[in-house]
Design a protein around this ligand. Structure first.
Ligand code: UD1
Length: 351
């Protein structure tokens, strides 16, 4: 069996890590294409080396030269023609909901890159039609031959959209990686920042591209009594520069962190403020207190299990001083498949 994975952004390197390991262990030939949507070394290369992902066979370098979202999608769809030289594949795997995901799915249609298109992390829905990631997810799910769902809710959404026959519930591959690294993540230099502080990440277009919203969030950070560590995402950096907004003095900006540094910090800080789907899940899995800077989530189980609190305007500035009943971590992990998603992925390809 020959499998091709197309990745290109930070969360996709993370998702690929355990999938690659499992495919290789099963003796399956696995080739990797990096679209290059995330091109800065601290958003890409560091993940490849730290997570022991082999050097991609091809890098399409679409990131720097594609100014707009549609441009980025079109460039992946068009430039993927050169992947034909890698030969025929049984399965083409695309991950998550980025512009690279939808670009690769379109390329698969256009160039017949393999027999079947497989969407890893399928069926997630926020219900927000205007959100770029929601549009990407919807298109890819409806193009895929096999939709691998991370949660029961995602399965339900796929069934509701008439995609039941394409679906299989495997769990969340990010939980596999999280649980596998829990015991051997070394203490990193960022730990010295952690005690009593909050970890904050912001990167979503809906929070950063609306100046009023960005201004509100920046001001709100100042109202937390804790100091805040903020690993800077390039989109946030750009928006702060364009708007000439300054972060308050209790916010310490650091460069983007590697996967292990993030996991290490997550376990030591007093709490997490984030709009990231990945980090909010990891906070839940680690039992950390977490404010979600959104009013919706693609993972409603995180709300029903009491793992995080939505606060789209960051109004709950005393949240981390309040008592908090921790969720049952075993139940939380089980809701995301318990850490065997990559094994089930390989079985689903074999079926
Ligand atoms: C993308 C994904 C989002 C994912 C996020 C993780 C889409 C629609 N969004 O958002 O789903 O959660 O990645 O980070 O695909 N830039 C750099 N260096 C880089 C990468 C980007 O400077 O390595 C700049 C870009 O030029 C752009 C901005 O950062 O100006 C935003 O990057 P972009 O690739 O548009 O998407 P993200 O906001 O990172």
């Amino acid at each position: 069996m020959r499998v091709l994975s197309v990745i290109g952004t930070r969360p996709q390197y993370i998702k690929l890590a355990v999938v690659n390991r499992e495919l290789v262990q099963a003796g399956i030939e696995h080739r990797i294409v990096d679209t290059g949507q995330h091109y800065s070394a601290d958003m890409s290369e560091v993940f490849l080396s730290e997570l022991e992902i082999p050097k991609p066979d091809v890098n399409l370098s679409v990131g720097i030269s594609s100014p707009s979202r549609l441009n980025q999608i079109a460039k992946v769809a068009k430039d993927s023609g050169e992947l034909k030289r890698l030969g025929e594949f049984n399965f083409v795997l695309v991950y998550g909901d980025t512009n690279s995901t939808v670009g690769a799915a379109l390329a698969h249609q256009r160039y017949s890159l393999g027999e079947k298109l497989v969407h890893v992390e399928a069926g997630l829905r926020s219900g927000l039609d205007t959100q770029p990631e929601e549009q990407n997810r919807f298109v890819v799910d409806h193009l895929a031959d096999l939709n691998l769902a991370p949660t029961a809710t995602a399965m339900k959404s796929l069934h509701a959209e008439g995609l039941g026959e394409t679906t299989s519930l495997i769990g969340d591959v990010m939980l596999d990686l999280f649980l596998g690294t829990i015991d051997y993540t070394p203490e990193s230099v960022v730990s010295r920042y952690a005690q009593g502080r909050l970890l904050c990440t912001l990167h979503r277009a809906e929070n950063l591209d609306d100046l009023g919203q960005l201004q509100r969030l920046v001001q709100a950070l100042n109202d937390f009594s804790q100091s805040v560590i903020l690993p800077m995402h390039p989109r946030l950096k750009l928006r702060l520069e364009q708007s000439e907004l300054a972060l308050p003095p209790n916010v310490e900006v650091i460069a983007p962190l590697s996967y292990r540094e993030t996991q290490d910090l997550l376990r030591r800080v007093a709490g997490v403020i984030t709009d990231s789907g990945g980090l909010s899940r990891e906070a839940a899995w680690a039992g950390a207190k977490c404010l979600l800077v959104r009013d919706v989530t693609e993972f409603p189980e995180l709300l029903s299990l009491g793992c995080l609190v939505p606060d789209p305007q960051l109004e709950q500035t005393d949240f981390f001083e309040r008592d908090y009943e921790t969720a049952d971590l075993n139940k939380v992990h089980q809701a995301f498949g318990g850490g065997v998603a990559a094994q089930k992925l390989v079985k689903a390809l074999d079926a």
